[in-house]
Write a new protein. Sequence first.
Length: 290
Amino acid sequence: MENYKYVKPEKITLKNHPKFNEKWVQNIISDDPSTLGLGDLILKDKERIQPRAGRLDLLLQDSDSTRRYEVEIQLGKTDERHIIRTIEYWDIERKRYPQYEHCAVIVAEDITSRFLNVIGLFTGFIPLIAIQMNALKLGDQISLVFTTVLDQMTLGLVDEDEDMTEVADRAYWEKRGTKATVGLVDELFNIVKSLDSSLELKYNKFYIGLAKEGQPNNFVVFRPKKKFVRIDLRIPKEPDTENRIEEAGLDLMEYSRSGRTRIKLTKKEIKEQEELLAELLKMAYDKSIS
């Protein structure tokens, strides 16, 4: 057993700190939204202008669904104005973009019992998450710890929004996933090319799709992760197909409501099950041109 030395961190308050202010916190979260502990999130906007209502600190979106988070940051204690502002921004965004599932998020250093009591009044009506933020100093280094103390996220659709076309590039996906998992996309794309040589990869912010002569043709989309690549095939939910996938030892995920069969794949599985994957890709391709 390694001999580690325990060092007690010092808790500091950011409310009146001369250097580490709200803008600094905002940038920390923007650089790595997953630090909030709400999953694999992507920054959609920062200081987002709201009509006649100021600016929303952060707008985040789940990378695998249409769920969006309207995030407000509060140094010090939560107060009534902060609650009202957060809910107001959430309401504006959900009315402007009803195709998404929205959730209000309050991030504060001190979430008081009074605040929790007030928020309790909204249970079942407003999906709201409260996250307590603690700033810790260890030597000359500062760290932020985020702890969800109230999670009232209402469940709704978690399907992929395949019509999103925010442009990204290969380097973006190599950072979100790895070079190796983006390489797995190349291997699968070689199978796709055998179906139609005119198809090309199209790098978007939420997935890697396909295009033909500049037009999207997403009968399959790819999502490289750190240890695997996920493919979402536009093929119907059929017991025979699902049985074949599971019998082959592939990781079949829950069928999406948007009509996609989702499978996690490693390099080993792509190599060993190339014939089955080619058949599934052809099934999705044929459906797209029928």
